[in-house]
Design a protein around this ligand. Structure first.
Ligand code: TUI
Length: 316
């Protein structure tokens, strides 16, 4: 157990939030992370409102502990999902891929903790003024839809700019990353890729295997030319997509070419022609373990590293 401003805010034992990954972070994973002392988060993505309700009920049946939902703001049903989250009394909402400003006041009125994911200091400052509870600063090392500032540079700049807890995300996959995030002033971390490789994650086994086999340079970026860059593992899909981009294909063509690719990889297991979204930390992930074991390893190693850093006897 490590107490920080984040664990106090969320009422959890460990300052670790599990990334709310669309098509990947289902109720089973979220509940397992919450049961293990972190904050599990259901990835809503493009789910229907009905599907969302079922997923939340499933999580509630699996854990009594706080959990969250991540609302992808580019989805057309995002506002309806947020309304359903209020009705279902979901304890925590994280948001991604957009500005949640218009929804903050209402969510707060209903006692929901709001933690937007931001990839710039400017949006973070605006949201802090609107009264969000904490900010998740996501560097471009992250998987999925990304901004363009690295975690190492973004986190301390956001920490200096706001007076609410900042959670570091992007490229963090082990205890060394967590301790580094603390050094940057973060009150906790969000990890996605690491939790994909857990026994409880319901993603297709081929997706997990692709992450285990990835090395440092495998997490590439598609979609720079569309204005919505996405980090995923290099495969036939990314090569074809990047060729299209280099040939000057229109945004419409590229969007059409990319449509449905995440579900193809995550649910069908097509890791050749699907989009295997994962962060640059993929190369650090070595085995599939139960969530409880991942959490114990992380928290044990964090405490050991902090002790080592506190003395003069450490090497390297
Ligand atoms: O949202 C993410 N990561 C995601 S969303 C996603 S679903 C998807 N599926 C297919 C294609 C594309 C996406 C997969 N991964 N991370 C959080 C995040 N939010 N990263 C960056 C941002 C962000 C970007 C712009 C947050 C706010 C923002 O604001 C723009 C504005 O309106 O000011």
């Amino acid at each position: 157990m490590i107490t920080t401003a984040l664990t106090k805010l969320l009422g959890v034992d460990c300052p670790i939030i599990q990334g709310g990954m669309a098509w990947v972070a289902t109720a089973e994973l979220a509940a397992a992370v919450s049961q293990a002392g972190g904050l599990g988060v259901i990835g809503v993505g493009n789910m229907s409102v009905d599907g969302f309700r079922k997923e939340v009920q499933k999580a509630k049946a699996l854990t009594q502990r706080p959990f969250g939902v991540n609302v992808m703001l580019m989805a057309p049903q995002a506002e309806a999902v947020l309304q359903a989250a209020i009705e279902l009394e979901v304890p925590v909402v994280t948001t991604g891929a957009g500005n949640p400003g218009p929804y903050v006041e209402k969510l707060k009125q209903h006692g929901i903790k709001v933690l937007p994911v931001v990839s710039s200091v400017a949006l973070g400052k605006r949201l802090a003024r609107l009264g969000v509870d904490a900010l998740i600063a996501e560097g471009w090392e992250a998987g999925g839809h990304i901004g363009n500032i690295s975690t190492l540079a973004l986190v301390p700049q956001l920490v200096d700019a706001v007076d609410i807890p900042v959670v570091a995300a992007g490229g963090i996959a082990d205890a060394r990353g967590i301790v580094a995030a603390f050094a940057l002033g973060a009150a906790g971390v969000q990890m996605g890729t690491r939790f994909i490789c857990s026994s409880e994650c319901t993603v297709h086994p081929a997706y997990k295997k692709a992450i285990l086999q990835a090395s440092d340079r495998d997490a590439t970026v598609t979609g720079y030319s569309t204005g919505h860059p996405v980090r995923c593992l290099r495969n036939r899909f990314t090569r074809q997509y990047q060729e299209l981009e280099q040939s000057g294909a229109s945004v419409e063509m590229l969007n059409q070419f990319g449509a449905g690719r995440l579900a193809k990889a995550a649910r069908k297991g097509d890791v050749l022609y699907g989009s295997v979204m994962a962060g640059q930390g993929a190369g650090l992930v070595k085995q599939i373990l139960p969530v409880q074991a991942i959490m114990e390893e992380l928290m044990g190693d964090v405490q050991m590293l902090i002790r080592q850093l506190g003395g003069f006897s450490w090497q390297n």
